[in-house]
Ligand binder design. Structure first.
Ligand code: AMP
Ligand code: MG
Length: 372
């Protein structure tokens, strides 16, 4: 598998600040939907695939999501094979429903210890909950279950039930000793779910494997989580589409295109999983403060970040915050370096200023959120 041009390799991993540049004229749709189960879908991605090199592509179904790994270069086959195996292992380890997982063991009080990837995800989750003022909150799992999302037996719980469950949630009730790997819950009914960060963590892991194999060009698509790995084989940027959240089942419909390299783009949206009752849509992202599905005028949030783990937790948190609070959060956040694209339910697109020049909107001129 030869490449016509030798690419500069970023051997130290992704730089802290993602690189963006002017948009390429042509966008070829090559990958479509991913995702989850009915009734909603995950986001989609459109990319330029150079025609003069052959990628190695492998499909994986893990974490309830269709995933596609694409790599270019001599070691591409080995890299995607190892990455696939690792994704299946991560799926098993991080699942809240798989009885052999460490998360299941914690939730059912079969063990109070975690290790390896589970410990890394828990550690990141505790940090990112703090960073987001607990808008990202892995302890909402009892509420997620009450709304029927894990079993797809959807229901609207009573206000009384939600009130009771809220008293068994909250990150303050979880303590994690990183040295021993011990997790302590404040009460017996608390449970956790790393679903809002697991795919982002997995994309970091796959990117790490690609780097180990010396891959300099690839795409990692884990549902609504995309990693534009390196740059295209001709050295130019990837063009990654933000799914049109109003037409989730149409892979050719996008709200805009981000031109980027060495970057993670992670989307949370009500369209990805939801149910409708009495004409009202209830989505899978729960406001940890009310116990109800987030419903604040946003259709989707795409976070553009140099870290998949951070991007995933942030996309969930920003979705719950809503546009106004999320914009303030972005303006004042010193601890994470990210940009964001927001699509509102009145079909407007808002982008943070760091990405404004590399984002091409399909929904008219986007509003730019600036720090000034
Ligand atoms: P994402 O698609 O990354 O936004 O993650 C949504 C998933 O994370 C849901 O399906 C739930 O399992 C879980 N979840 C829901 N609300 C939250 C929240 N506020 N913080 C953390 N995890 C959540
Ligand atoms: Mg997330």
């Amino acid at each position: 598998m030869s490449e016509k041009k030798v690419l500069k390799k970023n051997s130290s991993g992704f730089c802290r600040a993602a690189r963006f540049s002017a948009l390429l004229p042509a966008v070829i749709l090559v990958l479509s939907l991913c995702g989850c189960s009915a009734p909603g879908f995950s986001g989609s991605v459109s990319e330029d695939i150079p025609e003069d090199t052959s990628p190695v592509t492998q499909e994986v179904f893990a974490m309830d999501t269709h995933m596609t790994l694409t790599a270019y270069g001599d070691a591409a086959q080995d890299a995607v094979s190892e990455a696939s195996d690792r994704l299946y292992r991560l799926d098993r380890d991080l699942s809240a429903s798989d009885e052999s997982s460490q998360i299941y063991a914690l939730n059912h009080r079969l063990s109070d210890h975690v290790s390896g990837d589970t410990a890394a995800v828990l550690s990141a989750s505790v940090r990112l909950a703090g960073l987001t003022e607990n808008y990202f909150d892995i302890s909402v799992y009892p509420l997620v279950c009450a709304w029927g999302f894990p079993t797809k037996e959807y229901r609207v719980p009573s206000g009384e039930e939600i009130g009771i469950l809220l008293s068994h949630t909250g990150m303050d009730g979880i303590s994690f000793d990183e040295t021993t790997g011990t997790v302590t819950f404040a009460d017996e009914r608390m449970m956790i779910d790393t679903g809002a960060v697991a795919k982002g963590y997995a994309s970091d892991v796959v990117a790490g494997i690609f780097r180990e194999y010396g891959i300099s060009s690839g795409l990692i698509s884990l549902g609504g989580n995309i990693c534009a790995f390196g740059s295209k084989t001709d050295g130019s940027d990837w063009n990654i589409a933000v799914q049109d959240p109003f037409r989730p089942s149409d892979p050719d419909a996008y709200a805009g295109i981000v031109s980027c390299s060495d970057t993670f783009l992670i989307t949370s949206g009500s369209y990805q999983r939801y149910f409708t009752e009495d004409g009202k849509r209830y989505c899978h992202i729960i406001d940890p403060f009310t116990g109800y599905p987030a419903d604040n005028g946003l259709m989707s949030v795409t976070v553009v970040s140099s870290s998949g783990t951070e991007g995933d937790a942030l996309s969930t948190a920003l979705y719950v915050m809503g546009l106004e609070k999320a914009s303030e959060f972005w303006k004042n956040c010193d601890e994470a370096d990210f940009e964001a694209v927001f699509v509102t339910d009145d079909r407007k697109v808002y982008v943070t200023e760091g990405i404004a020049d590399s984002f091409q909107s399909s929904f008219g001129t986007p509003q730019v959120i600036s720090r000034g």
